[in-house]
Design a protein around this ligand. Structure first.
Ligand SMILES: [Zn+2]
Length: 352
């Protein structure tokens, strides 16, 4: 049976972790020009003199929270973490919860940091070496561990917007860390689906997905002894990637240097494959780690199985299609590329 017959005309697929439907509609992918081309959405590339994040413009950003020195001594720093100049949430103050009739309000307390990943404005994520990626991952780990000490925060997220199609406003390699006073609904959904699966089966949902995917094989792009790169069964976007650690663990920030090195290798591999097959697409990346487990007086056992039921992971979404009214109005994702086809394509690419 050919791929076309297998998927034609379309299929609705349920994601058991994120609890979303995707419509895998391969016919739509065949329309000419159905993928976005980043050349059609040019973003002004800044010189080192112009970029506010460059090593030449340290005066333009707030004093750093963390600075990693350049081992070669060429630049005043290699990676720099600064508070966001325009934070979505502010770190000062206490969290107050109030109500206006049936509406809930929480004061906008949190943290919003920018990780400037390179002193120069030229490189993109696709240019980073494995060791440079490793240093960035270590910075994420250090910042999450530090922010977790603040018991006001209920969730800490690390994400990257690479390129303007992915929402980046400054074309200088950076990522962001946001600490929130409330868990986002999507993370709560994830926590619920993973805990309910564990309650019923005494197994981790992602460990089950891993073993199933490794058995089937057709959605796996690459695997070594530490990580698997795969295209999820109910992929929301074409060429969406999920990077799963093979060894069960609930939190990214508790991983050793050895495992972060393995993750840097995997991430480098994944980006090389995407870069070569889709001409370095703009993308979003997020590290999904367990929330701080702060027991409530009313629910003392709420987090009791978190270490067993939650499995940290990393998601990459290449921005090669726009989402439109259908996705917005329904919460259902329309994906023109079957993940099996995306995986088969990416698997063939030589990342080295
Ligand atoms: Zn697991």
């Amino acid at each position: 049976m050919s791929q076309d017959q297998e998927f034609s005309p379309s299929e609705m697929r349920w994601d058991p972790v994120y609890r979303t439907w995707s419509i895998i509609a391969p016919e739509r992918g065949k329309r000419p020009g159905s993928f976005l081309r980043k050349e059609d959405f040019p973003q002004k590339k800044l010189s080192d003199e112009e970029s506010p994040f460059s090593y030449l413009n340290d005066h333009a950003t707030p004093p750093p929270i963390l600075k990693i020195s350049d081992p070669e001594g060429k630049y005043p720093w290699k990676i720099k973490v600064i508070p966001n100049k325009y934070p979505v949430l502010r770190v000062e103050g206490i969290i107050e919860r109030s109500a206006e009739g049936l509406y809930d309000i929480i004061s906008g307390v949190g943290a919003h940091e920018v990780v400037i990943e390179h002193p120069r404005s030229e490189p993109t994520s696709y240019d980073l070496s494995v060791n440079e990626i490793l240093e960035i991952l270590k910075v994420y780990r250090e910042r999450i561990l530090d922010l977790k000490k603040d018991i006001r925060f209920r969730y800490i997220m690390v994400f990257k917007n690479e390129g303007n199609l992915a929402g980046a406003t400054i074309a200088h390699l950076h990522s962001q860390i946001v600490a929130l006073p409330e868990r986002p609904l999507q993370i709560q959904t994830l926590l619920n689906s993973m805990r309910e699966h564990f309650d019923r089966k005494e197994r981790c949902l992602y460990c089950d997905i891993l073993s199933e995917e490794r058995k089937i094989g057709k959605r796996i792009v690459f695997e070594d002894e530490n990580f698997v790169i795969l295209c999820p069964f109910a992929s929301q976007y074409p060429f969406e990637l999920l990077i799963l650690p093979i060894e069960h663990n609930h939190a990214f920030e508790f991983q050793s240097d050895r495992l972060l090195y393995a993750l840097a290798l995997t991430l480098h591999n994944a980006l090389a494959r995407l870069g070569k097959s889709l001409d370095r697409p703009h993308f979003n990346l997020a590290i999904i780690t367990a929330p701080p487990a702060i027991p409530k007086l009313t629910r003392p056992h709420y987090w009791s199985s978190l270490k067993e039921d939650f499995h940290w992971h990393l998601r990459i979404l290449p921005r090669i299609v726009f989402q439109a009214g259908f996705e917005w109005g329904s919460g259902i994702y329309l994906n023109p590329v079957p993940p099996e086809e995306a995986a088969a394509h990416l698997k063939e690419i030589n990342p080295y």
